[in-house]
Design a protein around this ligand. Structure first.
Ligand code: SF4
Length: 743
């Protein structure tokens, strides 16, 4: 019998788990009561870890397409096939002919975060895509422009705040997103027990809204107008006061002037929130001793995603709550990051649009192009056309816009490789599938998510089981070998040495680093005998702000508590000016587009939004029985007033049509949705032929992304518009049995 303490890899909350094993069997999964961040809290998804381990559909052997069928192959055969197909294609058509799509689980994956960049550098393609551009990219762009790095995202100091304004987020279900915060129910209760207030703005009365003090329905896509109107109120009523922040700001006067013309009386009409309510919300935010504004998926995946994300932090600044205890603060992660060492003014800031997509000219951001243009990059002939696709832990045919066009495009590829644990809606098109190890077979450390945590911690989980195949980093580096022209049997150890050397060299060359100017060879030797991602992590911890080592983390299986957030301005800033850029030119310019939306005619049509569900995060989770049991969750939420007008019935089927496509979905009537808005959760639609996910296929649901129009993006970040999609609704007549009809 073994007891293992691990960080849950299934969402951003990073809860601590106690996993009991017997041989290679998982006996139980419980919350780790001693975990320094989650203190025993877990959600139902955690139990999926055992079911994932036992899932007979989970791939453990490579698959190679032979005579049109995916059949089992050895690792050597799989890599030989990759080399045979990919190498000539790269030689003939160039690097951009190969696109890569990275799915959301990569954000939780130590090997992918450490070795993924090396793989992409070796490939050298500009056609890199990820789930970020159907998710949080607008926030990363706004934070990058304001503070200087893509992960300098302020997070609400929820455990000390007195007032939390939440827009387009459902943290009671998600346990935070761009806000690592297990047990949000307890944390929100804490705010109210301190005498504070929680306000939720959302087109749905979510579970979070139900426990809040106040909830406002808002018309999807109008959050930026609401936030600008609140900022305008602060200016008009002389409540805007950044206080001590003022000395760290560039562009304050410009922003104060800019928001003046976005008055609440006009915004009220567009948002569906009365003017007096907007003014009151602004006054209460300003009056709270400590307050934070937090926006998430609903504020990102819409046509003004970057503006809304920026205005969230503009409000945090104008109320003096940025970088203040109980306000919106910057985490200080243990593994060294761009913004954790060195001084303000030592950064270059961020640049977006360093290249553009071939067909539509959409801008790059942080090294990737918007996934909304992936289909057209594949199916539009011409110089630079994408001819091969590599997916890593991703299912873009379910999770990205206009899924039907992308499915057609993928069928026309010359070659497709997937690194995945399932044959899903996307990977069923692959020519080769390489199964990555399951979570219990690899080490875990949240390099990215601790930069977004509401409390500073560090927690390392060694593997529980030995992997039957290669370690994930070995698999990635063997693939890098093919891309580097070294054939299917490259020396992965040499690649690993190159990765650590690159990381160490960069740190040694960084003026703010504690190892600046040191001998790289000596620093690498000190990490012996570690190899792989653990060696890189050990180095990042050593040169990080707390000077930890991986040995120390291994001695503390429940994690190390590094304390609450502390003010980090100006040291956190990596803008060239060393100041917070409150008025980035890209966003100031985009306000004209927002102004035009104020005058837009509203035709009273219906719009579609998504919804997050407690038992679902990624589409593969639908193959775990514990997470799909019970009533059908992939339903169309419709307000009863709309249903009556449109002739829809509870339990009946509705035909939902948009500019991109049409689907049929079961209707669920609820007054928890704003009239004029309908909702379908994201990540479903598992009835495609060839999918080898038996549980998911028997709970197929419908793919809401068939309705998302890939032409609609937030132009600053390129993020897809997944919320506020105009749709038409009609009842689907019950099928008539012809025999019964003629009888
Ligand atoms: S909230 Fe997230 S991290 Fe915590 S147990 Fe659930 S899935 Fe795992």
């Amino acid at each position: 019998m073994g007891l293992h303490y691990r960080t849950c890899p299934f969402c951003e909350a990073t809860c601590g788990l106690e996993v009991e094993t017997e041989g290679r069997e998982v006996v139980s999964v419980r919350g780790d009561g001693d975990d320094v961040l989650s203190r025993g809290f877990i959600c139902p998804k955690a139990h999926g870890l055992k079911q994932l381990h036992e899932d007979p559909d989970r791939l453990t052997t490579p698959l190679v397409r032979r005579d049109g069928r995916l059949v089992e192959a050895s690792w050597d055969e799989a890599f030989e096939e990759i080399d045979r197909r990919l190498s000539p294609l790269l030689a003939e058509h160039g690097r951009n002919a190969v696109a890569v799509y990275l799915g959301n689980p990569n954000a939780h994956n130590l090997s992918a975060l450490v070795y993924g960049p090396a793989l992409l550098r070796t490939l050298g393609s500009q056609n890199v895509y990820s789930a970020s551009t159907v998710d949080q990219m607008p926030k990363q762009v706004s934070a990058g422009l304001m503070f200087g790095t893509m992960l300098s995202v302020p997070v609400p100091d929820v455990d000390r705040t007195d007032h939390l304004l939440i827009l387009g987020a459902n943290p009671l279900v998600s346990n935070g997103s761009l806000m690592t915060a297990p047990d949000m129910r307890g944390r929100l209760r804490g705010i109210r027990e301190r005498g504070g207030k929680v306000v939720v703005v959302d087109p749905r009365r979510t579970r979070t809204a139900e426990v809040a003090d106040e909830h406002h329905f808002i018309r999807p896509g109008t959050d930026a107008l609401l936030l600008a109107a609140m900022a305008c109120t602060l200016v008009e009523e002389e409540l805007a006061d950044p206080g001590a922040l003022r000395e760290h700001l560039n562009g304050l006067d410009e922003v104060l002037e800019l928001v003046r013309s976005f008055g609440p009386e006009q915004a009220a009409q567009a948002c569906g929130i009365p003017e007096q309510e907007i003014r009151r919300m602004a006054r209460e935010l300003a009056a709270a001793p400590r307050a934070a504004v937090y926006g998430r998926i609903g504020t990102c995946t819409q046509e003004f995603g970057t503006l809304a994300s920026w205005l969230v932090d503009v409000l945090n600044v104008l109320t003096g709550n940025l970088d203040r205890e109980g306000g919106a603060m910057f985490a200080l992660a243990a593994a060294a990051q761009k913004n954790s060492m060195g001084a303000a003014g030592s950064g270059k800031g961020v640049a977006v649009g360093r290249w553009h997509s071939r067909v539509r000219g959409l801008p790059e951001a942080f090294g990737e192009l918007p996934v909304a243009c992936l289909a057209e990059e594949i199916d539009t002939p011409g110089e630079g056309q994408v001819r091969a696709l590599i997916t890593v832990a991703g299912n873009p045919l379910v999770s990205t816009p206009n899924a039907e066009r992308l499915a057609g495009a993928v069928e026309g590829l010359d070659f497709m490789l997937a690194i995945d644990i399932y044959v899903n809606e996307t990977t069923r098109h692959a020519d080769v599938i390489l199964p990555a190890p399951e979570p219990l077979e690899k080490a875990h450390y949240d390099v990215a998510l601790y930069q977004l945590a509401v409390h500073n911690v560090a927690n390392f989980s060694p593997p529980v089981f030995e992997s039957s195949g290669p370690a994930e980093w070995e698999l990635l580096m063997r693939l890098a070998g093919v891309m580097a022209g070294q054939g299917p049997n490259a020396d992965v150890g040499a690649f690993d040495d190159l990765v650590i050397a690159t990381v160490v060299q960069r740190e040694v060359a960084s003026p703010g680093s504690r190892v600046a100017g040191r001998d790289p060879a000596e620093l690498i030797a000190a990490l012996e005998p570690r190899r792989g991602p653990e060696r890189v992590l050990d180095f990042m911890l050593r040169v990080g702000p707390y000077e930890l080592t991986l040995d120390e983390l291994e001695r503390n299986p429940h994690g190390v508590d590094l304390g609450p957030h502390r003010p980090r301005l100006p040291g956190v800033l990596r803008t060239p000016s060393g100041k917070v850029e409150l008025a980035p030119p890209e966003l100031v310019t985009d306000m004209e587009r927002l102004r035009a939306a104020l005058e837009r005619e509203r035709n009273g049509g219906m719009v579609l939004v998504g919804r997050r569900q407690l038992r679902s995060n990624n589409s593969w989770m639908h193959n775990l029985p514990a997470l799909v049991k019970g009533k059908d969750r992939c339903t169309l939420h419709v307000h009863p007033d709309d249903a009556e007008r449109l002739g829809l019935e509870d339990g009946g089927q509705a035909l939902v049509s948009s500019a991109a496509g049409r689907i049929e979905a079961p209707v669920e009537l609820t007054d928890a949705i704003m009239p004029g808005v309908v909702s379908i959760p994201h990540g479903w639609g598992h009835d495609a032929p060839g999918v080898r996910m038996r549980v998911a296929s028997s709970h197929a649901g419908v793919n809401s992304n068939v309705l998302a129009d890939e032409a609609q993006v937030d132009p600053v970040s390129g993020n897809a518009v997944l919320n506020g999609i105009p749709v038409d609704l009609a009842p689907v007549a019950a099928a008539v049995d012809p025999a019964a009809a003629s009888a």
